[in-house]
Write a protein that binds this ligand. Structure first.
Ligand SMILES: Cc1cc2nc3c(=O)[nH]c(=O)nc-3n(C[C@H](O)[C@H](O)[C@H](O)COP(=O)(O)OP(=O)(O)OC[C@H]3O[C@@H](n4cnc5c(N)ncnc54)[C@H](O)[C@@H]3O)c2cc1C
Length: 407
């Protein structure tokens, strides 16, 4: 008797991309195995902005109720001059965003999102998550794909119809879809810090009126983003400066001299934040060039940062990982006769969207870090457009919905 084709979906990596993919496939009736290299899924990272294109999917997968208590629904994104603190432009969020884009714009601590995804994964009987398990290799064959996983020093093999590679920006497994090389350092670093809203620094920032909003303080070659997380009990700060590459890790420390120099000309209320030595964690910004394939027709798909890590200037990396996961599961379900066709259609569709979002990130960086006449033109543009037109300009991004695919 011929061997049956397995319907199992195997996922490498339990970050935002991998966990969302696990849920997206499980709700469509697929058995899912997730392998995560880390022994424990620690509370890594800092804040995340979750735009409506991402929260719509999290809601559809049932994750949003578990996140609501810890997330904040900010009232607006406000752009300000980092030196004079003058408001340059604003996009209404809160109820206006929910009405306009039919899903909320939220800010959350990354650990709270990961926790909400994990709790949901734990309740889903079709998903089996194994930690301390490193996916080492995969071999496609006519019946699907056989995946080698190292667990406690031993190699185990498991078979599935599809391997979803969600092993992040430092991906070792992207080689499985061709020689795409490694991610590239973007020449910039992110300085991240979470402070209690009730701390002296938190209270002093609150006097600037940044409490319930996302604020982008803009200066030549630099910007600082602040927003509330942890139900408003904490403030997430992230500053972007030039920097040097570090080891392959999400975070580390660096001499704050670079940050102090970049913030020298900002208002005293901001520049004094750079003086608290030792509290800033540095994240080198790495991107993955968009050329090359994200899929192998035999049954392998790269999603999230493993496929297309981008700079965070449009705050869309996690959102794109969430969109990738949902659309991949939808396409595979829609083409039960051919995984290869499903992957080809999915990649074509995702590539157009990812390229546009990456372009938006590059534009934001240029505009936000501008100096002299370019900065003056930007300020004039923001004033002339006003909040309504600025929101309209984001409809393609935040109003996006997964194509009408079967659940
Ligand atoms: C400063 C900064 C600010 C950001 N702000 C935002 C924002 O506001 N909004 C937003 O949408 N995005 C934002 N992002 C982007 C976002 O954080 C990333 O795009 C997102 O976390 C990527 O998720 P991922 O699951 O693809 O990768 P990761 O979170 O890196 O997950 C990869 C997982 O795979 C595991 N793994 C690795 N190798 C293997 C293996 N061989 N086998 C098994 N497991 C393996 C790892 O241990 C890890 O758990 C920001 C990024 C930065 C740097």
């Amino acid at each position: 008797m011929a061997e049956a084709r397995s319907r199992q979906i195997i996922i490498a990596g339990a970050g935002i991309a991998g966990l969302t993919a696990a849920l997206a496939f499980a709700v469509r009736g697929y058995p899912v195995r997730v392998f995560e290299r880390a022994q424990r899924l620690d509370e890594v990272g800092a804040g995340l902005q979750l735009s409506p294109n991402a929260t719509r999917i999290l809601d559809r997968l049932g994750v949003l109720p578990g996140l609501r208590h810890a997330a904040v629904r900010p009232d607006a994104v406000v752009m300000r001059d980092a030196s004079s603190l003058a408001e340059l432009g604003r996009v209404q969020l809160g109820a206006a965003a929910e009405w306009r884009w039919k899903a909320p714009y939220l800010t959350a601590h990354r650990a709270d999102l990961q926790g909400a995804l994990l709790a949901h994964v734990g309740r889903e009987p079709g998903i089996q998550l194994t930690t301390g398990a490193t996916v080492r290799d995969a071999t496609p064959h006519p019946l699907g794909v056989t995946v080698s996983v190292e667990i406690a020093g031993r190699i185990e093999q498991t078979a599935g119809m599809l391997l979803v590679v969600a092993d992040g920006v430092w991906s070792d497994l992207r080689r499985l879809v061709g020689d795409r090389g490694k991610s590239r350092f973007a020449g910039q670093v992110a300085w991240r810090r979470t402070i209690r809203a009730e701390s002296p620094a938190g209270r002093s920032l609150a006097q600037l009126g940044i409490g319930g909003v996302v604020t982008a303080f803009l200066a030549p070659g630099f910007h600082l983003i602040t927003y509330p997380v942890r139900g408003g009990a904490a403030l997430n700060l992230v500053a972007f400066t030039r920097g040097t590459s570090m080891s392959e890790t999400w975070s580390g420390t660096m001499d704050t001299k670079v940050l102090k120099t970049a913030m020298r000309r900002t208002a005293p209320a901001l520049s004094k934040l750079a003086d608290d030595d030792g509290e800033w964690m540095v994240w080198p910004l790495h991107t993955m060039p968009l050329g090359g394939s994200w899929t192998a027709p035999g049954g392998i798909a790269l999603i999230g940062d493993a496929a297309h890590a981008m700079t965070p200037y449009a705050a869309q990396g996690a959102a794109m990982a969430i969109e990738d996961a949902e659309t991949l599961a939808g396409h595979v379900l829609a083409r039960p006769d051919s995984v290869a066709d499903a992957l080809a259609t999915w990649e074509r569709e995702r590539r157009r969207r990812i390229e546009r979002v990456a372009r938006r990130g590059r534009l934001n960086r240029m505009a936000w870090h501008a100096a002299g006449p370019v900065a003056a033109t930007r300020n004039l543009f923001l004033r002339m457009r006003g909040p309504e037109k600025l929101a309209t300009g984001l409809d393609w991004l935040y109003g996006w919905k997964p194509p009408a695919l079967k659940l």
